[in-house]
Design a protein around this ligand. Structure first.
Ligand code: G3P
Length: 214
């Protein structure tokens, strides 16, 4: 499973990249708003660090506006993937961009049928938001399981990016379900690497090593 990092923070991206854990990056307007600097410059900087898909989202809600923004965004770098919201206009824009060979990520997916429609429109990626479904007492990972099954039934090439990940179990379940990608916030990535028994084991190895010097 590929690991994308779900942040626009350059320090976090550099740190995760140095661990070999960044196959790509997802951003959204909320993540960009947490950083200082101009949107395009932040995206350019990310593209210098990561040699993989870098997702940048459009703000427009109408087809023409989305297409205009998408064409501007892909001019920033060859690795740009254009994030498009899952709406009727979003599907129209996705279809058009896909026809032009521009990579898209249809975002804010909350049902398997939305994901099926996005794949039919030619989306390169879809982003089901599992944490936000969990917040409403729906089982977020269930839609991932269903999307993976539907795409497999009909051999769609659209890749599933599990998004709105809030904890390590979301990542584990993503891998068990065969999702293509998990886009992981930095704080969750740090938790994946940690285990109290690893820390305890290191401490006891070092204590025993000290004893050999006496
Ligand atoms: O990848 C989507 C993600 O940024 C949304 O996460 O935690 O705001 O639901 P969250």
């Amino acid at each position: 499973m590929k690991f994308f990092i779900d942040t626009a923070n350059i320090d976090e991206i550099k740190e995760a990249h140095s661990m070999g854990m960044v196959d790509g990056v997802t951003t959204n307007p909320s993540l960009i708003s947490k950083e200082s600097g101009v949107f395009e410059e932040i995206i350019k900087e990310i593209c210098k660090i990561v040699n993989g898909p870098v997702n940048a989202e459009v703000i427009s809600l109408d087809v023409e506006g989305m297409l205009k923004e998408a064409r501007h965004l892909i001019g920033i770098h060859d690795n740009i993937v254009v994030k498009i919201p899952m709406t009727v206009d979003g599907l129209k824009a996705t279809r058009q961009l896909s026809g032009e060979g521009i990579k898209t990520n249809v975002t804010l997916i909350f049902s398997p049928l939305q994901a099926l429609m996005a794949a039919k429109a030619g989306a390169t990626y879809v982003s089901p938001f599992v944490g936000r479904l969990d917040d409403l007492s729906y089982e977020g990972m269930l839609i991932v399981e269903q999307i993976v099954e539907i795409y497999s039934n009909y051999a769609y090439n659209t890749e599933v990016i599990v998004a709105s990940i809030r904890n390590p179990l979301h990542v584990l379940d993503s891998a068990l379900m065969g999702a293509d990608i998990a886009t992981i916030p930095f704080n969750v990535l740090s938790k994946l690497a940690a285990h109290p028994l690893t820390d305890k084991g290191i401490r006891s190895f070092l204590d025993d090593w000290e004893k050999t010097k006496k």
